[in-house]
Design a protein around this ligand. Structure first.
Ligand code: ZN
Ligand code: ZN
Ligand code: ZN
Ligand code: ZN
Length: 322
């Protein structure tokens, strides 16, 4: 079940380039399933994942201060006193007229400014109208995003904003880590030592014990072209009673960087071949979105058995530059 593997293990000594895909949290179906659900809720926007188009077409690039000639204090009036995020429509006020954002409002029993009652809720239509005329800075402006957007476009942009912190790319692990792109590899080396790494553009990702019950993830790293790629095979029931395998390659990098590469996954054997070719996904998009959109190699258990050898499934992975 647990294979001897260490972070940074090099494929050189492994002749044919074979290595075990480290099983990730494979012991219990429930744990893996719960964690996978957590991942998917983290990147649940789904729609609007254009390849690399980080911002809606109507987004305007403005300094966080707002439009030229527009007092920056105007957007400051919309700051929530609790979380400092913006209070955006529908805008509700306390009985004395103080604003609090809808997220904080749900957790509060009284107005954070005057301690007065928050209900019955009073809508502030005038402030809503003003909000609709203002561009609001992206919530990651402090991390470097220069976009300001109409409030209705902010959530979609923030879901795909390049400046959104990266979360831990490991599927099936309930790791809550997040940080910058540069910190992802050090995090993986430190906190997920059991993941095997192979060097080279052409390797075999061997998933062992594919018949294990429940939701299981197999994870491996591949290093080539001075980049790190994460290979993921996930077994889960996307549709009830129908167990499927999903295999995908993610780049530890941005969406833009990912466009420079292509990957091929190939199941081979018994006079059969199944191939999938695509652009690697950025870990910013995550495994869950790939599976949700079936933007990966998908096959069911009977196909897996056609290619498996003693319950082990070898997937040829080839990464190329394009
Ligand atoms: Zn708030
Ligand atoms: Zn108040
Ligand atoms: Zn942004
Ligand atoms: Zn992690």
């Amino acid at each position: 079940m647990s294979r001897p593997s260490s972070a940074g293990a090099v494929g050189g000594g492994l002749g044919a380039g074979k290595a075990g895909g480290g099983k990730h949290g494979g012991s219990g179906g429930t744990a893996a399933a719960a964690a996978a659900a957590g991942v998917s809720s983290g990147s649940s926007s789904g729609s609007g994942f254009g390849s690399g188009s980080a911002a809606p077409a109507s987004a305007v690039s403005l300094p966080p201060a707002g439009l030229p000639g527009q007092p920056p204090e105007l957007t400051a009036l919309f700051e929530c006193p609790v979380c400092f995020d913006y209070v955006l429509p529908p805008i509700l006020q306390c009985q004395a007229g103080h604003l609090v954002c809808n997220q904080c409002r749900q957790k509060l029993s009284c107005c954070p400014t005057c301690r007065g009652p928050l209900s019955p809720s009073i809508r502030n239509l005038a402030m809503e109208k003003v909000a609709s005329t203002l561009p609001f800075p992206c919530k990651y402006s402090s991390s470097g995003c220069l976009l300001s957007l109409h409030h209705s476009e902010k959530p979609d942009h923030e879901e795909v904003c390049e400046f959104r912190p990266y979360t831990c790319p490991c599927p099936g692990a309930s790791c809550k880590w997040h940080g910058s792109l540069e910190a992802v590899m050090p995090h993986l080396m430190h906190a997920h030592k059991s993941i095997t790494t192979l060097q080279g553009e052409d390797i075999v990702f061997l998933a062992t014990d594919i018949n294990l019950p429940g939701a299981v993830d197999w994870v491996m790293m591949q290093s080539c072209f001075s980049h790190h790629f994460m290979l993921v095979l996930e077994k889960q029931e996307k549709y009830e009673g129908h167990q499927q395998f999903f295999a995908v390659v993610l780049l530890i990098g941005t969406r833009k960087q990912a466009e420079n590469f292509a990957y091929r996954l190939e199941l081979n054997g018994n006079r059969r071949r199944l191939t999938w070719e695509a652009t690697p996904r950025s870990i910013h998009d995550g495994v869950a979105a790939a599976i949700m959109n079936s933007d990966c190699l998908v096959f069911d258990t009977s196909v897996a058995h056609l290619f498996a050898d003693n319950g082990n499934l070898g997937i040829n992975v080839t990464i190329s530059m394009c």
